[in-house]
Design a binder for this molecule. Sequence first.
Ligand code: NAD
Length: 287
Amino acid sequence: MAGVEGRVAVVTGAGGGLGRQHALLLAERGAKVVVNDLGGARDGTGASSAAADKVAKEITDAGGEATASYDNVATHGGGAAIVRAAIDVFGKIDIVVNNAGILRDVTFAKMTDEQWDAVLKVHLYGTYSVTSAAWPHLREQAYGRVIVTTSTSGLYGNFGQSNYGTAKLGVVGLINTLALEGSRYNITANAIAPVAATRMTEDVLPPETLAALDPAFASPAVVYLASEECTATAEVILAGGGRYARVRLMQAKGAHFDEVPTVEDLAARWSQIMDLEGAEPGHNPVR
Ligand SMILES: NC(=O)c1ccc[n+]([C@@H]2O[C@H](COP(=O)([O-])OP(=O)(O)OC[C@H]3O[C@@H](n4cnc5c(N)ncnc54)[C@H](O)[C@@H]3O)[C@@H](O)[C@H]2O)c1
């Protein structure tokens, strides 16, 4: 398969964990990779060029092509600089893997504005900043593969992660529209929902579960979504510990009323509204 051979990819947060694996596999399959990482701690504090440098060196030592970037995805200038690195060093941009992330876990009752903002800035604004900088290039060349990183915490919720879950479902909202706006330009937009043993999960999952969750498992899904052959778009693919599965919002058959129902009429048919028997993928009624 043509895969990603000769393509230029940006992987944000590629200095460790999942992003490192994505970058290594993309490079192994012939892509030129911008290894971006701010190099901070799990909560987003601090910065260092060491993480991105190390992974870029791993790639070049193995005979691949890579360049390091230390920009912060959370700023518009950072996103632009990351994409500029791809253009300056490799002459174009084809693939954007939005992977950078941080955590500030706390219950909603105790959440500070700062904790809320920090997480949305990196995951949601970060995905926007890099993707929006790449978008004109992808449109102009009529080819692009955008991948975002969602999470079961956004898709299904997780205690103490209202900030993170909000951002993670936000990026799914983004790909739903990018898929529509990109389709005539041969641009796809998809999400992966990884489950992996990284510094993000090392203290929340039990050791025996972590042992089965090598982050390398997620990368073939990313590289396939980034490949020329894969024309799937607006999909969410769960990838963790060797299991790959499509995730889809479904809509029940529901109940229909010709007249505005009373609250009691609606309550009387609540079980029919809730019944998922025969549910189908939802779609936007205005499309
Ligand atoms: N590990 C899991 O099970 C899991 C589950 C669902 C989603 N995710 C998502 O996968 C992605 C990767 O996470 P991970 O588990 O590999 O954790 P990780 O902490 O190892 O990797 C995240 C990387 O992003 C970098 N980063 C953070 N803020 C940045 C910024 N502003 N600009 C540039 N780089 C920045 C970090 O330095 C780090 O190297 C994240 O988006 C995370 O939310 C992970």
